[in-house]
Every structure is written in structure tokens, then in C-alpha cells.
Write a protein that binds this ligand. Structure first.
Ligand code: M6R
Length: 357
């Protein structure tokens, strides 16, 4: 039930700090250490490459998950959109393990790949929010997201839950291989939960940003580099699906290879700047679009902020910034949808779970 909330989406955005804490609890053993079923850890350690398969928001979580797994566990990872995998199947490694990410566990495109790779004799792990769902039943292993039911068509808390569970998975595998022994994931995810709370308490600010930048525009661009780029893809998907504004996420460095031609007087450009090593270059991109008339909105992080930033996120571990930088984008999309009179929870032409290929 949505209780006093006007929409499920807003309720689900607000639930994210609690979901983080639930995930930590559910993946802790009696001594407080993070633990994952050892048969899953063995299956991952036996693989020479992981193939993440997903759609939409879950695919975006997979892009971030790849970075976590490669950095913490040092296993190569590929991420594929399920609906394309069958046509463009990559040359598989000798010992692949497939990881399906699906909030509902019912997405037909993902299931088609699962059926195909099972026929080829490969094993699969499903990350899902729904115990007993098709993708969970048909895979060899399951990890649950513990996000609670997600009702709004636009996925919010499942996305952050997927990234949190992928972080835990990456760190437990990393530890089992002797890497990253001192990365305090429980503490870092606790900091994430607190930061999410701060952001959820700042709704007025995000409503103002939505009003200033998005109440009349036809389009909107999201730019970022490194991890921020993946969050831009998700921010753009959120905005387009619930507000019908044409929105795209771009890698900052790609602007000059074509996209910058789209910038007109007043075009909103939302830029994420949470990564120290690319802070100057993304700000350079913002200057380039501003010089062509864009209306830039920079969301940065404590320690990296500059005068004129529209919002400064609380500081979190640099590897985990996607878990918090997406929250302002979720809220900005929510308010844009609301201000434009759209149906926030049930946008046109969309279903919560896509059970046809
Ligand atoms: O249930 P799934 O995670 O498999 O769903 C995948 C996509 O259909 C889903 O993430 C979709 O993109 C959302 N509506 C995005 O908000």
C-alpha cells in the first residue's frame, strides 16, 4: 500500500535507505561478516568470465556491477542487453558463468537467453527481487534483492538494491581470492544509506530543479564520465519513461563526436561530477555546452564541488557513488512527470514486467 504517499514511485524512492540496511542484514552472518552461499562463490571462482544479461534499468545496474566485480574480484565481465544477445552472441570464453539481473524475474527477453545458455550446458545465477520467479526457478543459483515489492513502473529501489547486492557479491568473491581484505563494505553501505536519507530529505531542492529545468523543455541531456556515465543512462531512462521528455545519457567525451550539434539555446544538460579523476574534464564539457547556449545543472560531490553547482552530494566511497547520485535523478524525474501532468506510476505504453519478447 502506498499509505500517505501520492505515488508508489515516491514511496519507493524514500524506501531506499531502509532497503540498503535490509540488504546488509540479510547478507551478514552471525559474526557480522558479509556472507554469500559458498556454492555461488565457488561457481564464480570456477568461471573465467562472467556474462551479465539484463534489460532496461537492470542492464544499467549491470554496467556498474561489471566495474565492481572487475575492480574487487578481478574477474572479466561482459554486460549484454538480453534482447540483442541472441543475434550478437559474443564468442564465449571456455568457462562462462551467466548472471541474470531482473527485478521481476519474469522478463521474457532475459528468459529467452537463459533457456538458450542452459541448452548450451552453462550455469546461471539470477539476481532478482521476487523469490520463486521464473528466472530464479530456472537458474542454478539465486541472490535476492530484498527491496520489497516494487509497484511503480519506473524502477528505483530495485536499481540501487541491484548495485548493492553486486557490490556485496564482488567484495565476497574478492575476499575469497585474497583481494581487498580491508574494503569495509558494511560500513560503506551504511554511509550510503545515511546519504540516501539526506537526499530524500532534500526533495524541495529537486522539485525546484525539475521546475527550473524541465517544466517546458522538449529534450534533456545527461552527461558524465566513468561511473557517472552509467548513472546518466539510468537518469535519462527514468526521465523519458515517466515525463515523455526526450532524454539521452552521454559520455562526456563523446559530445564533440556528434551530440553537441543538438545543443540549442536553453537545452537542459544535467552533468554528474562525482569522480575526482574526471572532474576537470566533465566540467570542461559543461563549459563547451554552456558556450553553445545550454542550461547546465551540475550535480557534484563534497570535496569536488565548485561554485555554481546545482547540488552537492554527501561524500561516499568513490566506487559506490552510483548508489547515491541516481537518487536526485529519480526525484528530478518524478517531479518533472508530476509538473507535466503525466501518470507517474503507470506511464503510457509501458508495463511493469515485459513478458513478451
Ligand atoms: O524486471 P526486470 O528488471 O527484468 O525489468 C527490466 C526492464 O523492463 C525494467 O528495468 C524497465 O526498464 C523499467 N521500467 C525501468 O524503469
Amino acid at each position: 500500500e502506498k499509505g500517505t504517499y501520492p505515488h508508489y514511485m515516491l514511496k519507493e524512492i524514500d524506501e531506499q535507505p531502509l532497503v540498503m540496511r535490509k540488504i546488509i542484514q540479510n547478507y551478514q552472518d552471525e559474526s557480522g561478516d558479509l556472507a554469500i552461499d559458498p556454492t555461488i562463490i565457488d561457481a564464480i571462482n570456477e568461471a573465467d568470465r562472467l556474462y551479465i544479461i539484463a534489460c532496461g534499468t537492470s542492464y544499467h545496474a549491470g554496467l556498474v556491477g561489471k566495474q565492481m566485480i572487475e575492480k574487487m574480484a578481478k574477474i572479466p565481465v561482459e554486460v549484454h542487453v538480453a534482447s540483442e544477445f541472441g543475434y550478437n552472441m559474443p564468442l564465449l570464453s571456455e568457462k562462462p558463468l551467466f548472471i541474470f539481473i531482473s527485478q521481476s524475474g519474469e522478463t521474457a527477453d532475459s528468459r529467452a537467453v537463459l533457456v538458450q545458455i542452459k541448452e548450451m550446458g552453462y550455469k546461471a545465477l539470477t539476481l532478482t527481487n521476487v523469490p520463486g520467479s521464473t528466472l530464479s526457478r530456472e537458474a542454478d543459483y539465486t541472490l535476492l534483492l530484498h527491496a520489497g515489492p516494487e509497484i511503480a513502473v519506473a524502477s528505483t529501489k530495485a536499481y540501487t538494491a541491484q548495485m548493492a547486492v553486486l557490490t556485496i557479491l564482488a567484495s565476497v568473491v574478492g575476499k575469497s581470492k585474497g583481494h581487498l581484505a580491508d574494503f569495509p563494505v558494511v560500513k560503506e553501505l551504511g554511509i550510503i544509506a545515511n546519504a540516501m536519507e539526506t537526499l530524500c530529505d532534500d526533495k524541495d531542492r529537486f522539485e525546484m530543479i525539475a521546475r527550473e529545468y524541465l517544466s517546458v523543455t522538449r529534450n534533456c541531456f545527461f552527461i558524465g564520465r566513468s561511473l557517472d556515465y552509467f548513472v546518466c543512462l539510468e537518469g535519462a531512462l527514468k526521465l523519458k519513461e515517466i515525463s515523455y521528455i526526450q532524454a539521452e545519457g552521454f559520455a562526456g567525451g563523446e559530445l564533440k563526436h556528434g551530440t553537441i550539434a543538438l545543443i540549442e539555446e536553453g537545452t537542459p544538460v544535467i552533468a554528474l561530477a562525482t569522480q575526482e579523476d574526471v572532474n576537470l574534464s566533465i566540467r570542461g564539457n559543461v563549459k563547451e555546452v554552456a558556450a553553445r547556449g545550454a542550461h547546465p545543472c551540475i550535480i557534484s560531490m563534497e570535496g569536488l564541488e565548485q561554485e555554481g553547482d546545482a547540488y552537492v552530494l554527501p561524500e561516499v566511497n568513490p566506487m559506490l557513488t552510483p548508489l547515491i547520485s541516481v537518487v536526485p535523478l529519480q526525484l528530478i524525474s518524478y517531479y518533472a512527470s508530476l509538473h507535466r501532468g503525466c501518470d507517474v506510476d503507470k506511464p503510457r505504453n509501458l508495463a511493469k514486467s515485459v513478458t513478451v519478447e
